[in-house]
Design a protein around this ligand. Structure first.
Ligand code: GLU
Length: 441
C-alpha cells in the first residue's frame, strides 16, 4: 500500500516552489492508488500559525488536491517524547550544554586551524558530575543525535544512487533547550507511525536523508523510499521564498489564473513531460513518472504560465466551463465556443460577451458607408447558423469585388466596434439579424 505525505511548515503562504512537492506527491499517490497525507510540520511554535495552516489547506483544495488525512505535529508530541526516551536509552541521544556563542567560537577556531567546523562532541565526555554542576548553574540541555559516522547509501527514485557521509556532519540537535523538537526527529517518527512508503521532497533535503535514515534505523522503523526532486527557481535561478509573497498561490488565484495552469507550471517545469493543456490532474498523474524529473534545474518562466493559461481556456469544453459561466450569468454554449479562443483569463468572457449584449459603438469609416449599407440590405433571412457568414460574405464579394481584409474588416468593425475579436461566423448567429441590421445602420 503506497502512502505519501506532503509536509509543509505552516510558517507562510504556499507559492509555486512549495506547491511542487505537494503536486508531485499527489501525482504519485493517484497513479499508485495510494494514500496522501497532509502533515503540518508545525513544531516551530514561534513561526507556525493556524491561519497559515488553514491557508495551505485552501490552496491545496484550489489546486485540486484533497488529502486523505491531515495530521498536525503539534498534536503528536507524546510520540516524539517516546522516541526521544528510546534514543536516550540506546545511547544515540545525548545532552549538550553549549550556548550558541560557545559553539560559534569553536566553529571559528576550527576554521582558523583549517579543520571543518563540525561539533567536537565535547558533551559526550561530560561526567555525571559535570552535568549536575552545569544544571546547578541553571543550564538546560539540548539533545544531539550521535551519528554513526559511516557513509549512508540509498537509491533515490529520481537521482539514483546516493551517498551521504555523516562523518562530515555535526551531530544534529533534535531537541531544543526548551524541550521543543526540531523538524528532524518528528518527521521520522511520523513517517514510521503513518506508514509512509515514499518520501518525495526537494533536493535540499538530501543530507537530511542521511541523518534521518540513521534515525529510522535507530528507532527500528522501516526506511521508506526517497525521491528528491529539483527545486523550482525563478528565471534568474533564485529559489522561491515563501515569505516573499510574490507568486503565492493565492496571488495567482486572485490574478485569475487557472489552477490547472498553475499546477502544471509548478509540477512539470524541469521534467520531460511536455507542458500543454491536460484535461485534469489525473491526466497528468497517469503520464508523469518520477524518472521524468530532470536532474538539472527547473526554471519557471512567467510568460509560459500566461500562454499555458490561455491555451487551457481555448481548449476548455463547455461542460467544464459551464458552472463558472452560470455564476456570471453567461451560461450559453454558443457564446462560450465563439469567445473562448480570445480569452487570456476566464473572466475576460464578461468583456467579450458585451459584443453580443452591447452596448457596442459600431465603427464605420466614411469610405465604407456605401459598402456597409449594401451589406445591411443583403443580410440573409433567418434562421442563422455558422454557414450564414460565408453565405453573406460570398454574396458581398461577388457583388462588390471586395475580398480579404477590405471585405471582412469593415464588417467586423461595424458589427463589433473592434478591429479584432472572435470569429464572425460564430458570432453572427449569436447576434441575430435585427442586431446586425441595427449596427450596420
Ligand atoms: N517541513 C519540511 C519542509 O517543508 C518537510 C520536508 C520533508 O518533506 O520531510 O521542508
Amino acid at each position: 500500500m503506497t502512502t505519501v505525505r506532503y509536509a509543509p511548515s505552516p510558517t507562510g503562504r504556499l507559492h509555486l516552489g512549495n506547491a511542487r512537492p505537494a503536486l508531485l506527491n499527489w501525482f504519485f499517490a493517484r497513479s499508485h492508488s495510494g494514500t496522501y497525507i497532509l502533515r503540518m510540520d508545525d513544531t516551530d511554535t514561534a513561526r507556525s500559525t493556524r491561519e497559515f495552516a488553514d491557508g495551505i489547506e485552501r490552496d491545496l483544495a484550489w489546486l485540486g488536491i484533497v488529502p486523505d488525512a491531515l495530521v498536525r505535529q503539534s498534536e503528536r508530541t507524546a510520540l516524539y517524547e517516546t522516541a526521544k526516551l528510546k534514543l536516550i536509552e540506546s545511547g544515540r541521544l545525548y545532552p549538550a550544554y553549549e550556548t550558541e556563542d560557545e559553539l560559534d567560537r569553536r566553529r571559528k577556531r576550527a576554521r582558523a586551524m583549517g579543520k571543518p567546523p563540525i561539533y567536537d562532541r565535547a558533551a559526550l565526555r561530560l561526567t555525571a558530575e559535570d552535568r549536575a554542576r552545569l544544571e546547578g548553574e541553571g543550564r538546560k540541555p539540548h539533545w544531539r543525535f550521535k551519528l554513526d559516522g559511516k557513509p549512508v547509501h540509498f537509491t533515490d527514485l529520481i537521482k539514483g544512487e546516493q551517498t551521504v557521509n555523516t562523518a562530515s556532519m555535526s551531530d544534529p540537535v533534535l531537541v531544543r533547550e526548551d524541550g521543543s523538537f526540531l523538524y528532524t526527529l518528528p518527521s521520522v517518527v511520523d513517517d514510521i507511525d503513518l506508514g509512509i512508503t515514499h518520501v518525495i521532497r526537494g533536493e535540499d533535503h538530501v543530507s537530511n536523508t542521511g541523518t534521518q535514515i540513521e534515525i529510522f534505523e535507530a528507532l527500528g522503523g522501516k526506511v521508506p523510499f526517497f525521491a528528491h526532486h529539483n527545486l523550482l527557481t525563478d528565471a534568474e535561478g533564485q529559489g522561491f521564498s515563501k515569505r516573499l509573497g510574490s507568486l503565492s498561490l493565492s496571488d495567482l488565484r486572485e490574478q485569475g489564473y487557472e489552477s490547472l495552469a498553475v499546477a502544471e507550471m509548478a509540477a512539470l517545469t524541469g521534467t520531460s513531460l511536455p507542458i500543454e493543456p491536460y484535461e485534469s490532474l489525473d491526466a497528468i498523474a497517469s503520464r508523469l513518472e518520477l524518472s521524468m524529473i530532470s536532474h538539472g534545474s527547473a526554471r519557471f518562466d512567467p510568460a509560459e504560465l500566461d500562454s499555458l493559461n490561455a491555451r487551457i481556456l481555448h481548449a476548455m469544453p463547455y461542460e467544464l466551463a459551464r458552472p463558472r459561466l452560470e455564476e456570471l450569468g453567461l451560461a450559453s454554449e454558443p457564446l462560450w465556443l465563439a469567445n473562448r479562443q480570445n480569452l487570456n483569463r476566464f473572466s475576460d468572457i464578461q468583456e467579450w460577451s458585451k459584443l453580443i449584449s452591447g452596448p457596442v459603438v459600431p465603427i464605420i469609416e466614411p469610405e465604407d458607408r456605401e459598402f456597409i449599407d449594401l451589406a445591411r440590405d443583403m443580410l440573409p433571412a433567418e434562421p442563422w447558423d455558422e454557414a450564414t457568414w460565408i453565405l453573406w460574405t460570398n454574396a458581398l464579394k461577388e457583388r462588390t469585388g471586395r475580398k480579404g481584409k477590405s471585405l471582412f474588416l469593415p464588417l467586423r468593425m461595424a458589427l463589433t466596434g473592434r478591429h479584432d475579436g472572435p470569429e464572425l461566423k460564430a458570432l453572427l448567429p449569436l447576434l441575430g439579424r435585427r442586431v446586425c441590421q441595427d449596427r450596420l445602420s
